[in-house]
Design a protein around this ligand. Structure first.
Ligand SMILES: Nc1ncnc2c1ncn2[C@@H]1O[C@H](COP(=O)(O)OP(=O)(O)OP(=O)(O)O)[C@@H](O)[C@H]1O
Ligand SMILES: [Mg+2]
Length: 407
C-alpha cells in the first residue's frame, strides 16, 4: 500500500492539480470580523493560515452560505453582521459574493441579509437575478468538516439526521426544502389542533401533504445511503487508496423505513395519514416519520459505533463519509463539492494526513483548508495556494490578488 501511495504521489506531482470547480473570487462585506475582504484566486486548492481569531473559519463559513441552510456554524443571519456595524448608522447589511467557475461556465453568486420592515431574511442572487436559496445547490455543492461537527453529531439524533439531510441535498437540491416544509406543516397542524373547533378539511389537507413529504424525505435519504454503500463495496473490492480511512456504514431505522421495504409507497402514505388522524385526539401517540428515524453510523471493519469511538476515530469516520460522498458526486453525478476542511490537518497523524492530501489532490473541486501555520502543508503533493490572512490584513488593504503566476 505504501508503494501504491508513493507512486501515486509521484504521479500527482507531475501533473498540475487543476480544479474544474473553483471559486475564482470571493468578496466579504461586513461579514463577522471581515469588514472588506477580497480574494482573487486561481484553480487550485487553498490554505488559509494565520493566528487564532484572525478570521479563517469565518471565511469558510461565508463559503458555506453559498448553499441553502445556516452554514457551518448553524448561526442566525443577524450574527454574521460585523459587530461594529450593529451600532453604526450605516447600512446594516452583510454580503458574500463569489465568482464560481464550473464545467458549465462562470457564475456570480451573492448572498446576504435583506430587511423588509422588521423581517430579516437571507437572499441569494445568481448573475444579478434573485434566486431561491434551494436553487444554489444546482450550481455548486459544498461539504465541510469542522471540529464542532463531531460534537454536534454526537449531541443528538436530530443532528445526525440533519447531517444526513445535508448530504442528501447534494443529490436532490429540493431535499432540504421538503424537510423545512415538513416541519412547518407539523407546526401549522399543532396550531390548528389547539383551536377549540379545528377545521377538519384543513387538517386533512395538511396531513395529506405531511404524509407525502414523509415518504419523499425518507426515500431520498435511503437512496443516498444506498449509493454510498455501493461505492464503499466497490472500493473495498478494488483496494482503493482510501482504505486508510475507515469504511463506514450508515443505517437508518424507523417504522416508515421498514414499511417502505415491505409495501408500496402509496400504502405507506395511507398508513401515515391514518396515524396522523388517530393522533389528533390522542396527543400521546407519536406519529412515525422522518423526525423519528434512528441513524447509526459505524466502522464497517470493526463494527464500532461512531458514538463510542475515540475523538480521533470519530474524525476519521466523518472525513471518510465526506470524502466518499465527494467521490460519489464526482463519479455518478459529474459534480464535485467544494470541500471546507476547518482545522482538520493538525489533528491527523502522518498516515492519515498523507492519505487526506492525496485524496483531496485527486478531487475535481477546490478544497479550502485552514490552519494556524503552513508547516504541515509542505507535504501537500500538488500545488496549493497558501494565503497568510494576517499578511493580507496588514499589507493588502483587504484586497488580495493571486501572486504566484498562472497554473
Ligand atoms: N459578528 C462579528 N463581528 C465582528 N467580529 C466577529 C463577529 N463574529 C465573530 N467575530 C470574531 O471573528 C474572529 C475570528 O473568528 P474565526 O473563528 O474565524 O477565527 P479563526 O482564525 O478561525 O481562529 P482559530 O484559529 O481560533 O480557529 C473572532 O475573534 C470572533 O470573535
Ligand atoms: Mg477557526
Amino acid at each position: 500500500m505504501n508503494n501504491n501511495i508513493l507512486s501515486f504521489k509521484e504521479n500527482i506531482c507531475k501533473i498540475k492539480d487543476l480544479k474544474s470547480f473553483y471559486i475564482k473570487k470571493i468578496s466579504l462585506k461586513n461579514f463577522r470580523n471581515h469588514k472588506s475582504l477580497n480574494l482573487n484566486l486561481k484553480n487550485s486548492s487553498i490554505l488559509i493560515y494565520g493566528g487564532n481569531g484572525s478570521g479563517k473559519t469565518n471565511i469558510l463559513e461565508a463559503i458555506s452560505l453559498l448553499n441553502q441552510g445556516k452554514g457551518l456554524r448553524k448561526a442566525n443571519i443577524e450574527n454574521f453582521l460585523n459587530q461594529e456595524k450593529i451600532h453604526s448608522n450605516e447600512n446594516k447589511t452583510w454580503g458574500v459574493n463569489v465568482d464560481f467557475v464550473g464545467p458549465n461556465g462562470q457564475f456570480n453568486i451573492g448572498t446576504g441579509l435583506k430587511k423588509n420592515g422588521l423581517n430579516k431574511s437571507r437572499i441569494a442572487k445568481v448573475n444579478s437575478d434573485y434566486t431561491p436559496l434551494s436553487s444554489l445547490g444546482e450550481i455548486l455543492n459544498i461539504s465541510w468538516i469542522t471540529p464542532q461537527l463531531c460534537i454536534l453529531i454526537l449531541s443528538s439524533m436530530s443532528e445526525k439526521r440533519r447531517f444526513i439531510d445535508r448530504l442528501t441535498m447534494s443529490i436532490d437540491s429540493s431535499h432540504l426544502n421538503r424537510v423545512y416544509k415538513y416541519n412547518k406543516l407539523f407546526r401549522q397542524r399543532n396550531k390548528i389542533l389547539m383551536q377549540p373547533n379545528s377545521d377538519k378539511t384543513w387538517l386533512d389537507t395538511i396531513e395529506t401533504q405531511i404524509s407525502e413529504l414523509s415518504i419523499s424525505i425518507i426515500a431520498r435519504r435511503l437512496d443516498l445511503l444506498e449509493e454510498l454503500e455501493n461505492l464503499y463495496n466497490f472500493e473495498l473490492k478494488n483496494n482503493h487508496l482510501t482504505e486508510h480511512f475507515p469504511s463506514v456504514g450508515i443505517i437508518i431505522n424507523g417504522k416508515i423505513e421498514k414499511l417502505l421495504q415491505e409495501k408500496p409507497a402509496i400504502e405507506v402514505e395511507d398508513y401515515i395519514k391514518s396515524e396522523l388522524k388517530k393522533s389528533r385526539s390522542d396527543y400521546e401517540l407519536s406519529v412515525s416519520g422522518p423526525n423519528n428515524s434512528i441513524i447509526e453510523i459505524f466502522n464497517r471493519i470493526d463494527n464500532k459505533n461512531f458514538d463510542t469511538s475515540s475523538t480521533g476515530e470519530q474524525k476519521l469516520i466523518l472525513i471518510s463519509i465526506i470524502l466518499s460522498h465527494a467521490r460519489l458526486l464526482n463519479d455518478k453525478f459529474d459534480m464535485a463539492p467544494i470541500l471546507l476542511l476547518d482545522d482538520i490537518i493538525e489533528h491527523l497523524d502522518n498516515k492519515h494526513r498523507t492519505a487526506l492530501f492525496l485524496e483531496v489532490s485527486k478531487h475535481k473541486a477546490q478544497s479550502w483548508f485552514t490552519s494556524t501555520s503552513m508547516d504541515a502543508f509542505s507535504e501537500y503533493p500538488s500545488f496549493i495556494e497558501k494565503i497568510n490572512l494576517q499578511e493580507i490584513k496588514e499589507n493588502f488593504d483587504g484586497n488580495y490578488h493571486y501572486r504566484y503566476g498562472d497554473i
